[in-house]
Ligand binder design. Structure first.
Ligand code: PMP
Length: 385
């Protein structure tokens, strides 16, 4: 009999494992594939937005091991694009990542010991909280209107998503960008700017990276090809102050040697394609229409239940209910009625009992599903005490 399935000896797990939480997103994602489920939960791009693939054209060289930093041509292309965004840095300061999620892990490994303070927006991206917590971070809230306050606590770094934030959808104004950069410079605190949504811009707004405004603070800026091309490619990048690159490269090497070279080759092709701008414009148009349909549904079903700001880009609406109910209690009944969403409490470092907010993704469901799903959610909220 094969007995390898079960063991009697308890493995000795690392102490760190105590801080490893199951991600609420991944657990919700596991139910959204059920037939008929309307998902407002994950940040899933619309499948219609994915580029056409010609895998037969991939050169055999892309199947060989490659440099940990990433392929030179892709790093050069990214450095050129960063300079166009106002963030001039040489290709040697660009590292290719296996998704920008890997940047969160590498930066956590570089800076966080148990008890290290990190400044994060409240709310912020929940998988960033998860990565930072795993290494024992404690958190202070980085306020948009007064970023200097959190930095007085001398955090190891300030983590911010200034453009179409996850979860709120907010895009920092020019003044908010200037204030964050000035506060980091003044306090000498490293700015870690996460910018995966910048290409999904529906309305005009300031998008120059905050890192481009820094005068002396160290910086890390990261981006992703998940939203503008396809998340299954698992490809992102970071650029950073020169002195950080050798450390980040070693951490990258020990994590996975290098990112998938087939993905790197495909992304370089997408970035250099003659029809790149038209393709992106079509994707943006598709999402703008979904955002508008979503807002129409919100006005119809949530006008007396919640407040929200129209996101100028990205993938999310953030709804603040007029009553501060714990939205986690709505999740099971919502899923039972065929609708998934993300409770707002998960996005706060200080784990509030109830915040009365929901994050709703508008890119995945079609217009009929949006209306039906919002009607179901609104009905549940009306019934909740
Ligand atoms: N940062 C933020 C703010 C995100 O919202 C996401 C994905 N939803 C990521 C990083 C990770 O994206 P990826 O690994 O697909 O590049």
């Amino acid at each position: 009999m094969n007995t390898l399935q079960t063991t009697s000896a308890e493995p000795r797990y690392s102490r760190r494992l105590a801080d490893l939480e199951a991600s609420p997103i991944r657990e919700i994602l596991s139910v959204i594939d059920r037939p008929g489920m309307i998902s407002f939960a994950g940040g899933l791009p619309a499948a219609e937005s994915f580029p056409a693939l010609d895998l037969a054209a991939v050169p055999p060289a892309a199947l060989q091991y490659g440099p940990s930093e990433g392929d030179g041509a892709l790093r050069r292309q990214i450095a050129t694009e960063l300079a166009e965004r106002g963030l001039a840095c040489p290709p040697e300061q660009v590292l290719i990542l296996s998704g920008s999620q890997q940047g969160l892990d590498l930066v956590a490994k570089l800076f966080i010991d148990p008890g290290t303070t990190v400044a994060v927006e409240a709310p912020t991206y929940l998988a960033a909280l998860q990565s930072f917590r795993f290494f024992g971070a404690s958190f202070v809230a980085l306020e948009r209107d007064e970023p200097g306050r959190a930095l007085a606590a001398k955090p190891a770094f300030a983590y911010a998503i200034p453009t179409f934030q996850n979860p709120t959808g907010h895009c920092y104004s020019k003044d908010e960008r200037a204030a964050l950069a000035a506060a980091c410079d003044e306090a000498g605190v490293l700015l870690f700017e996460d910018d995966p949504y910048r290409d999904l811009a529906f309305d005009d707004c300031a998008r120059t990276p905050v890192c481009a405004r820094l005068r002396k603070a160290p910086w890390i800026y990261q981006g992703s090809f998940s939203k503008s091309f396809a998340p299954g490619l698992r490809l992102g990048y970071l650029a950073a102050s020169k002195e950080l690159i050798p450390y980040l490269t070693r951490l990258k090497q020990s994590a996975d040697l290098h990112s998938n070279r087939v993905s790197q080759w495909l992304v370089l092709g997408f970035l250099q394609a003659a029809d790149r701008e038209e393709r992106l414009a079509r994707v943006v148009e598709l999402y703008r229409a979904r955002r508008d349909a979503f807002e129409k549904g919100l006005k119809r079903h949530f006008a007396d239940l919640a407040r929200w700001s129209t996101p100028a880009g990205g993938l999310f609406f953030w709804l603040e209910l007029s009553r501060k109910i714990d939205t986690r209690t709505l999740l099971a009944p919502a899923i039972a009625r065929g609708v998934a969403f993300m409770p707002g409490e998960n996005f706060y470092a200080d784990r509030p009992d109830a915040c009365g907010a929901l994050r709703l993704n508008f890119s995945h469901a079609n217009e009929e599903e949006i209306d039906r799903g919002l009607a179901i959610l609104a009905g549940l909220i009306r019934q909740a005490d």
